[in-house]
Design a protein around this ligand. Sequence first.
Ligand code: DGL
Length: 265
Amino acid sequence: MSDRRPIGVFDSGIGGLTVLSALCCHLPEERFVYLGDTARLPYGTKSGETVTRYALRAAQFLAGEEIKMLVIACNTASAAALPALERELPVPVIGVVEPGARAAVARSSGAIGLIGTESTVASGAYQRAIQVVGGTSIVRARACPLFVPLAEEGWFDHPVTQAVASIYLGEFCGTVDTLILGCTHYPLLKSAIARAVGGGIVLVDSAVAVAEEVAARLRTDGTAGEGGGGRVRLLVTDAPARIARIAALILGDDTPPLQLVDLPL
Ligand code: DGL
């Protein structure tokens, strides 16, 4: 039997659209409701306690939309709040850190680097996840806090982004073979990041690995939503007109209208 309930997906802003995009490609018959918590962005410079509080509000809001599964399309929230969200929600919860760690270990022959928000890097979540999936340790990790506002501005491949990437990432050249893009905003800046680290370093993000994990879980649980066609709803907690412009750069012509919603603090 087909389960037509939507899958909830959330991030602090537009970054999670990189995950949503992979989910839509991989699972074209599923319905999705995406929440960008733009009123509270960025999450990545805040404490783990604050991020957990924000993530719980976002997840509870989506639970009210009758979702069948929650995807935390945010590394910062996955690193800080996955156990809390698993405890609170009555549906399966999938984070992005473990799938990202698995993808990196599969691609690397040993020397893995990590870039992410300050909160994700400080949490040590990737280090732990890499050990769980049997990899060696991360040899170098760096927070890149300016990347999120650059992505939110739509400056995906802009000279300023290139300059910032070169300053942040020079230290990875020649020291790692694989670099984890440990923030869902970063794949939007992939061209600038790739140029800054030079050839020979594989850039890994978790979007496709997450989509595969969601597909596998839907199969195991018997909750796949075949038939009836896919559909996406986009919700934000602030500035829908501004975000719509950037969302269209990521999702293209099929970008649905953005709806403003309010989350209690
Ligand atoms: N996109 C989010 C992540 O993957 C966080 C961006 C932010 O709000 O700082 O960590």
